[in-house]
Design a protein. Structure first.
Length: 329
């Protein structure tokens, strides 16, 4: 029986090592996914970044459910407080998703960071949406219950946001596929600035698209904003406030400014029949059209998941030409 003890000890070491290794799984090239501890996840969400620096008054009040005085520090702490630990079954399920995506990525050349943090939260900090912050993907806990195919699609969508945010030149090339080009950061007038709704995956107003409306050509930036100021007592849901429009900007002497009519910003509804050029440029492969990063993230998902019979195949064809590995024809 004495010879059994060394064997048991060896098995314990191997099992423990496997459990530690499971916290990091390979994704693509040198890039690995790290299932974060609560401490690492909280530190990541407490750190200021392009998202927290772009937040409006509405962003803070709605996310914190208050009309009182709040700051970005308060929101960062609230987000950190929502981090939860990965249990073994959930980590195992996501590890299988990552392994599947790794195989799908094999024919692509994706300059991803060495580590992508995978943080699990209650979802309360961002309306139960998946989103990214710097090199972290944040998944609400409810997502883990999704069927594997849907979970894989969401994961691939979020990986695109990491890819885009870490590679400016690549981002520009991909954005041009759907008609978007870079511009200086657009400063909103007070009537809109406080009501801007900030998307963590597209927090700035630094890309424009030219559209034709009523026979005239306009430079526009995509803008999501609240229909009214947040009122905590009313208890309205996020989508009760949400509004998406294209904001017209004027360019004079290299100065980009919001176009005003009767001292009010000029907004175009992209769903109006008078603006078909917007849909013609961004394609019809997704209804998630509030920002070029979302449009392309969904198209990237279709490319990776090999979705068939899409209405605008040219977008995937052009993405493939840019993202395919050098060894492929």
């Amino acid at each position: 029986m004495q010879c059994v003890r060394p064997l048991i000890s060896l098995l314990f070491v191997v099992t423990s090592s496997a459990a530690v290794a499971a916290d990091r799984v390979p994704l693509h090239g040198e890039c690995e996914i790290e299932f974060t501890s609560i401490e690492v996840g909280q530190a990541a969400l407490r750190t200021p970044d392009r998202f927290t620096r772009s937040l409006s008054r509405f962003d803070l009040e709605f996310r914190l459910s208050t009309n009182g005085e709040v700051s970005t520090h308060d929101l960062r702490q609230f987000a950190a407080d929502q981090v939860v630990a990965w249990n073994d079954p959930d980590r195992a399920k996501l590890a299988e998703i990552v392994a599947s995506v790794r195989e799908r990525f094999s024919k692509l050349k994706l300059p991803l960071p060495e580590t992508i943090l995978l943080i699990q939260t209650t979802g309360k900090e961002e309306m139960n949406f998946a989103y990214c912050r710097r090199n972290a993907i944040i998944f609400p806990k409810r997502y883990v219950a999704y069927r594997p195919r849907k979970l894989e699609e969401i994961f691939v969508h979020e990986v695109f946001h990491i890819l885009s945010s870490h590679n400016e030149e690549l981002r520009r090339s991909l954005y041009e596929i759907v008609g978007y080009k870079p511009c200086p950061e657009i400063t909103l007038p007070p009537s809109l600035a406080d009501r801007k709704i900030t998307n963590p995956d597209g927090p700035s107003l630094r890309y424009y698209i030219e559209i034709e409306s009523n026979g005239a050509l306009h430079k526009t930036v995509p803008l999501i904003f609240a229909k009214s100021r947040y009122e905590a007592a009313r208890g309205e849901a996020f989508f009760d406030y949400l509004q998406f429009r294209l904001l017209i900007v004027d360019v004079m002497d290299d100065q980009w400014k919001v176009a005003l009519r009767d001292k009010e910003p000029v907004l175009i509804d992209p769903d109006d029949d008078i603006t078909p050029s917007y849909r013609e440029q961004i394609g019809k492969n997704t209804t998630y059209v509030i920002h070029p990063d979302e449009i392309l993230a969904d198209n990237f998902m279709h490319l990776v998941m090999q979705t068939k019979d899409l209405p605008t195949p040219r977008i995937l064809e052009q993405m493939w030409k840019i993202l395919q590995a050098e060894t492929n024809e």
